[in-house]
Each structure stands twice: as C-alpha cells, then as structure tokens.
Design a binder for this molecule. Sequence first.
Ligand code: PLP
Length: 425
Amino acid sequence: MRSDTKNNPVTVDVKTGRIDYERIRADFPILDQQIHGNRLVYLDSAATSQKPRTVINALLDYYRKYNANIHRGIHALAEEATAAYEATRQKVAGFLGGVAPEEVIFTSGTTEAINLVAYSWGEKNIKEGDEIVITEMEHHANLVPWVILAQKKKAVLKRIPITICGHLDLTHIEDIITDRTRLVAVTHMSNVLGTINPVFEITQVAGRHGALVLADGAQAAPHMPVDIKQLNVDFYAFSAHKMLGPTGVGVLWAKKHLLEEMPPFIMGGEMIREVSFDRITWNDLPHKFEAGTPNIGNVIAFKAALDYIEELGMDNIRLHEMAITRYAIQRLSELEGLEIQGPLEPTQRGAAVSFTDPKIHPHDIGTFLDSKGIAIRAGHHCAQPLIRAMGKVATARASFYVYNDEKDVDALVEALIEMRRYFGV
Ligand code: PLP
C-alpha cells in the first residue's frame, strides 16, 4: 500500500476517470527538479518511465532488510526473498487477466523475452521454407531476432505493410499469412506511430493457418488493460521499466504447453532437475527458463509498480492518456507544417506522439527542448525499416504517462513555437 496514498486517497476523479496529476507527480521524486533552470517536463516514458517512491522503497527494502538468493536458501532471509519474488509472478499473472503463474517467465526485458522465443521455440520449430510474418512497424527487438532466425533456417520473412495513416494494412493479410506461416510477430502498440494493432483479428487469421502469434507488448502493457485470453495470443512480451518498474526486468508469457515443449534458452543453475556428465533433466516451469540468479530486487520492486498501476486503475490510465493525446494532437496541429505521425484518433492509438518539423531536424528539436527542461526522444526509435517506410530519417517523439497532463503539452508546444523563432523558421 502506498503510504502517501493513505494521506490523500483521491487520485482519480470518479466522474471523469481523470488522474489527479498533481498528486501523482508528487509520488515521483525525480520529477521534482529543475533541468537547465526549468521545471522538468518528462515526455520520454515510451523509452523508460519514471518510478514512484513505492517502487524505489521496495528496492531499498529488499537490499536493506532481506537481500538473499532465492529458491535455494533455507534461512529466513532467503525464504522472505523467495516469497516476495514469487509474489511478483502472481501479481503479473493477475495483471495479464488471470493466467497461470508458471506461464510467467521473468527475463531482462522485452528484448530478451522475444529472443527467448526466437532461440528456443524458433530453433526447434522453424524449418527451411517456413514463413515468419512480422509487420513494417516493428521495433528492432521484434525484428532482428526474426531476420536472423529466417536467415539461419532459410525461412521466408514476410511483412504486413502499413497504410499512410499508420495502421497495419490488412487488405492482403490472407495472402501474407498462409499454411506455411509458423509465427506472426506483431507489436501490440507501435513505439513510433502509437498505433494499437488489431492483435485479436490477426490471431484469427493465423489460427486458421495453424500459425502462432507473438505480441510485443512493450508499449501496450504499461498503458492499457491486457487480457491474454481475450487477445488470444500464444506469446506476450513486455518490460517492467516502461510501466513504473525497475530496469532489467521483463516478462515472457507463453502458453504452458508451448513452454513445456520448448528447450531452455540459457543453461545453468536452477533450471535443472538432475545433472550428470551425460544426462540433464530440466526443472519445472517457470524455473526451466530462469537460469542463474535472477534480478531479484528489481523483480520484487516490480510488484510495487503493478500495485501502483492497479490502484490507479488501468482503465483510468487509458482514459487519462487518451485525453492528453487528444489535446497534444490538437495543440501540435496548431503549428503550421508540423507533421504528426500515426493515427490522429486517440481511441486508435497510445500516448507516444511522433512528429517532424519540415525545417528542423528531430535531433535539433530534442536538443532545443532539453534546454527548456523538456525531455523527448529523437531518432529512429529502434525502428529503422518503419522510419524508412515513412520516408523519414528520424522523428521527434513526445510520450505521456500517468504523471503528465495538459500543462506538459502546453510547455511542449510553447517551446516548439520558441524553437521556430530561435531557428528563424
Ligand atoms: N518493443 C517495443 C515496441 C519497444 O518500444 C521497446 C523499447 O522501446 C522494445 C520492444 C524493447 O524493450 P526493452 O529495451 O525493454 O527490451
């Protein structure tokens, strides 16, 4: 329970579902500072989110009070640490709509979770001539492992293109996903365009052809309710650090029968049942996929992040972000020539808003905004094929989360206006 919440439980306006931004902001110590003499306006949560005090305290508590290795010790500290670590797994299972905890594998992040599937499931199941389908809007984390696997296995890598509005173009989906398709790997929400993809519809097509579906939830899981059963996917990956949790922790969720059939990805301690020099048997799920000492303290602190999100309510977070996104798109549209990427309708997108200025390079935009205390991301956002398909070299991206509100949008737009004056355009 957040101690600060006890003092002031009003965090969400029950009528509007809007988050009490000032209260939330006060929970994030890092936000209470000046950058280059200006109030910090943090608009880079799609890269990594800030952490509330409860998460920071949970991490400190672990190191101060019960730091021990897990699953192996028989002393009090080890038992406490093991219980706290496994409590996060339970929490994640609930967060995903009530999946089995043993289907929740802790990794170092979305990247490792997807690599786990590529190396373990992919190595075993992809054969020459098989097809792997990805989309044009994938982050490199959900692209590079499949490119490499396809090359290694002489499989065919196909892609679903995007429309000029930044949606997946599903017109020819029945030609792209065929009986040779073994896996469709698709981002649930684009980190560049903000687009929320119709993952369930894609699983329907994939299912008719016996193909599995992996959804990259790195951008979706922090911002909208995720119910694995409703999504109907086979694999789902996401990162704690983008959802108020610590870095170095991610989740791979996969159907139990798939995990049982998959060989381990990393070998070592804890993932085995019995070892001799000529025969090794694997531990039960989920331990089979968690070799070595995991990121114990950070996994434990991740639960505090999920508690925080639960307290706010994921539906409220989504409503809050839709309102900010609508306002951001409206205000950014006031700047002549500024091009906003991706869908303009907030119900179809998340709160990562990419834009380009016709005369100013995104890196210059980022540098100028930084001088005003505004943190955004500029570059190719680890999605080079997408940026090329958009006909750009880079974009600027402002991304919003629970601790942002319209004031931050105003600060961004005012700084962009000043930037244009500064550059004389
Ligand atoms: N997928 C998407 C859509 C992302 O936005 C990111 C990170 O920005 C990743 C995957 C990789 O996440 P991580 O770096 O936490 O492994």
